[in-house]
Design a binder for this molecule. Structure first.
Ligand code: SF4
Length: 366
């Protein structure tokens, strides 16, 4: 049996290898990755009681919970059970913007809460873990990035959603991994030169598929960068019937081994829709919660990382996403802690490139 039926292999893998690569020559700040937070050992009854308390607090505050696919499975389930949503960052932003609740509770990392605040400046935005950052955001400080943009004034600045409000405000377009290819193709058709930040691997992937030369900022995701091609190739040989699913924040040699490359949403759809029984998944392990829900009979295997068998520095789970828990959520709702503020003037400037993405996404859906 072929590994995938003919036609299901993503056409996006037909990469253009002739594109010249231009990586920005900048020295990024050193990023301190926190240890994984300790998990409290709750009994099932205590966990259920905590979930009920959170649901009551959400009602009291006229609040809705929006969670990312990489957060803890309990949080994801609770978001859906209480009328909120579990999604990728684009869908989180869309959902929060359209929802009538007065308080938006964002379980994810800081740029996600900031994006919700930017789009809903009149609403309260709470985060269970406002200190949770992201290596891409940390690796793209506004001063350094703005200088780089200033040196290339003839380029359209396109940034990934994983950036600060200040970096978004300095940009022309914000994109997520789900829409990046379409936006870059659209800009290239108009003859625009593109400066891309901050994820070099996603930028390189987009560049190879579109054939569009871009100036790449050299940031990376500390979770996805740990997936290794040699280990993945060995694993694929051991599981020849499995489909290999890879998020494009992974290094190019890992992406090259994929059957499907895509955003979190696209990878979940692949598990649901492909006929394979086994999947090797190269993205944050938090995604398994939704994948198991949509395809309970399928077998999901972690793609190997550099830390395989060693210390848990590379266990395919984002330590910042992991700072979100039922406990931190309950505390935030009970006390109003973790409120996200973005100065209205900054929010107004940052909203322009985000709204441009949302409007563009709406045209793609028609
Ligand atoms: S998984 Fe990577 S890109 Fe996502 S929040 Fe964590 S560090 Fe950032």
């Amino acid at each position: 049996m072929p590994r995938l039926p003919i036609g299901t292999k993503t056409p996006e893998l037909a990469m253009n290898n002739t594109t010249r690569e231009t990586l920005a020559d900048v020295r990024l700040p050193r990023i301190t990755v926190p240890p994984h937070p300790a998990k409290p050992d709750l009994t099932p009854a205590a966990k259920e009681a905590l979930k009920e308390r959170i649901a009551a607090l959400l009602r009291q505050r006229d609040a809705v919970l929006v969670a990312h696919y990489y957060t803890d499975g309990d949080l994801q389930d609770l978001a859906e059970a209480t009328g909120g949503c579990v999604a990728d960052s684009l869908e989180m932003a869309r959902f929060a913007a359209a929802h009538p609740a007065q308080t938006l509770v964002v379980a994810g990392v800081r740029f996600m809460g900031e994006t919700s605040k930017i789009l809903n400046n009149e609403k309260q935005v709470l985060m269970p873990a406002p200190e949770a950052t992201c290596s891409l955001d940390e690796g793209c400080p506004i001063g350094l990035f703005s200088d780089f943009c200033d040196r290339h004034p003839d380029h359209t600045v396109v940034v990934y959603a994983n950036t600060s409000a200040e970096v978004k405000a300095r940009s022309h377009w914000v994109v997520t991994s789900g829409i990046a290819l379409a936006v870059v193709r659209h800009l290239a058709e108009k003859g625009e030169k593109i400066l891309w930040g901050p994820d070099q691997h996603l930028g390189r992937y987009v560049q190879r598929l579109t054939g569009v030369e871009m100036l790449l900022w050299p940031g990376c995701c500390v979770v996805h960068e740990e997936f290794k091609a040699a280990g993945l190739a060995r694993m694929r040989a051991l599981h020849p019937q499995a489909a290999v699913l890879v998020h494009p924040e992974s290094p190019a040699d890992v992406v090259a081994l994929a059957d499907v490359v895509g955003s979190t949403t696209a990878l979940i759809q692949a598990v649901r829709n492909l006929p394979n029984r086994e999947f090797i998944v190269a993205t944050d392990a938090g995604i398994f919660n939704k994948m198991r829900q949509v395809a309970p009979d399928k077998i999901l295997l972690d793609a190997p990382t550099a830390g395989e068998g060693g210390t848990c520095e590379s266990c395919a789970h984002c330590p910042w996403m992991e700072m979100n828990s039922l406990e931190t959520l309950a505390r935030s709702l009970a006390t109003g802690s973790g409120a996200i503020e973005v100065a209205p003037e900054l929010a107004a400037r940052a909203r322009i490139p985000i709204q441009r993405m949302l409007d563009f996404a709406a045209t793609l859906k028609k």
